[in-house]
Design a protein around this ligand. Structure first.
Ligand code: FMN
Length: 181
């Protein structure tokens, strides 16, 4: 059977963000499994216009749509901004529609309370986009999993949780693929 394609989406774009460090760590754990093709998707690379403010012909919009279409499932790297997800991630979610449908997702979040409030907001959005979000949810603390809130130094215990989350993402991504045929 062909391997599933899973995108690890960096949910922040600001200068000085830590999401690339978290995404890289998650990808290293995922790659060790050998059960899917995992790739990092950096929203910043797509230079998505703010929804409705561009011409609609921006190359990044087309590239975003094509990239999402090629994927079977997602892992969202979610930072908490004012008790929710970042505006950049919300805009990226809004900038596609059918491309998300009938796929699965896991969430890794971080913040002062592990990014839990942002992750719960994201679950509501994913429901509307017909993305099945799995239960296991690694939560990283800005106080104990980062040094000086900027260098990612995760506790070992999170690796097991990431693997449990990926097991669920892979199972549901494979099951939902049958609906898209
Ligand atoms: C605009 C803004 C709002 C924030 N609000 C929260 C918040 O409500 N709760 C929280 O735990 N952290 C909050 N933070 C701290 C971020 O979670 C922290 O800076 C994190 O590193 C942001 O992710 P990033 O570095 O990938 O951008 C906020 C940060 C910013 C920039």
């Amino acid at each position: 059977m062909e391997k599933l394609n899973i995108g690890i989406i960096l949910g922040s774009t600001r200068q000085g963000r830590v999401s690339p460090q978290v995404g890289k760590w998650a990808k290293e754990i995922a790659d060790k499994r050998g059960d899917a093709n995992y790739e990092i998707l950096d929203i910043a690379d797509f230079k998505l216009p703010f929804l409705g403010e561009g011409t609609g012909n921006e190359p990044g919009l087309k590239a975003w749509s094509e990239k999402l279409t090629s994927l079977d499932g997602f892992v969202f790297i979610v930072s908490e901004y004012n008790h929710s997800i970042s505006g950049a991630l919300k805009n990226a979610l809004d900038s596609a529609r059918d491309e998300w449908n009938n796929k699965a997702a896991g969430i890794i979040s971080y913040g002062s309370t592990g990014g839990a409030r942002a992750a719960e907001h994201l679950r509501g959005i994913l429901g509307e986009l017909l993305v099945a979000d799995v239960r296991v949810h690694p939560t990283l603390s800005l106080f104990t999993d980062f040094t000086n809130f900027s260098e990612f130094t995760p506790s070992d215990l999170h690796e097991n949780n990431v693997n449990l989350m990926l097991e669920q993402v892979i199972a549901w991504s494979g099951a939902l693929k049958t609906l898209r045929k």
